[in-house]
Ligand binder design. Structure first.
Ligand code: GLN
Length: 212
């Protein structure tokens, strides 16, 4: 079984460890370089990307993690984790975030804005058969993607799924990119780790790690 690390500095660490274990992977928290060295893949959880940037420095993990990612370590980031895997961040506090550059994308933090701070919807996910229930919490979206990046999911139109909230539909957020893959790096703007009883996104990542 592959050993999958969860970056355990801050955020939804326990939920990812539990979801990975339900998929039959060996899941371990990563706080030190010696732990990072042991893993075959890594999950960057949701939380707060400015804080995560600061803690990566404090724990002296920023450069070792960046180097392993540059070396091709499979990775999955949810929400703040997606922001950290990006190459660029385009909002007014972007300077406080130092993304790791594992994905050729630019993301916008807190993109859905105040009005729809958090919402849930069902969406189609490329490579997963039935719709996935997606929980968004002060989520980013993907603003720009490079040629090597595949779009796995976008915010649906109400007509496609019946569950998109009015506020999301009204603001014209349908079509925004919220899940992507580039090689062995996966990212979602939403939180599958919070939907207990559905491990399909984590299983998708574990498959990536096994095949790498
Ligand atoms: N808004 C947070 C950030 O910018 C992400 C929120 C989350 O991970 N749920 O990092």
């Amino acid at each position: 079984e592959p050993v999958i690390g969860v970056l355990a500095l801050q955020g939804g660490v326990a939920e990812h460890l539990a979801a990975l274990e339900r998929c039959g992977a060996r899941a371990v928290p990563v706080r030190r370089v010696e732990e990072l060295d042991q893993v075959d893949g890594i999950v960057l959880p949701g939380g707060e990307s400015t804080t995560m940037t600061r803690l990566l420095d404090t724990f002296e993990l920023y450069e070792p993690l960046r180097a392993r990612l540059a070396d091709g370590l499979p990775a999955y980031g949810s929400c703040a984790g997606m922001i950290m895997l990006a190459s660029g961040v385009d909002d007014d506090r972007a300077a406080a975030v130092r993304p790791l550059g594992a994905l050729d994308v630019v993301v916008r933090r807190n993109a859905f804005g105040r009005q729809v701070d958090s919402f849930e919807t069902d969406l189609d996910f490329q490579g997963i058969e039935d719709p996935v229930h997606a929980v968004f919490i002060r989520a980013p979206w993907v603003e720009k993607i490079g040629d090597e990046v595949s779009v796995l999911a976008t915010v649906p139109h109400r007509s496609e799924g019946a569950t998109t909230p009015d506020a999301v539909e009204g603001e014209g957020f349908a079509g925004r990119i919220v899940a992507i893959q580039q090689g062995a790096v996966l990212a979602t703007a939403f939180h599958p780790e919070l939907v207990e009883g559905d491990e399909r996104v984590h299983r998708y990542f574990v498959q990536i790690v096994r095949g790498w």
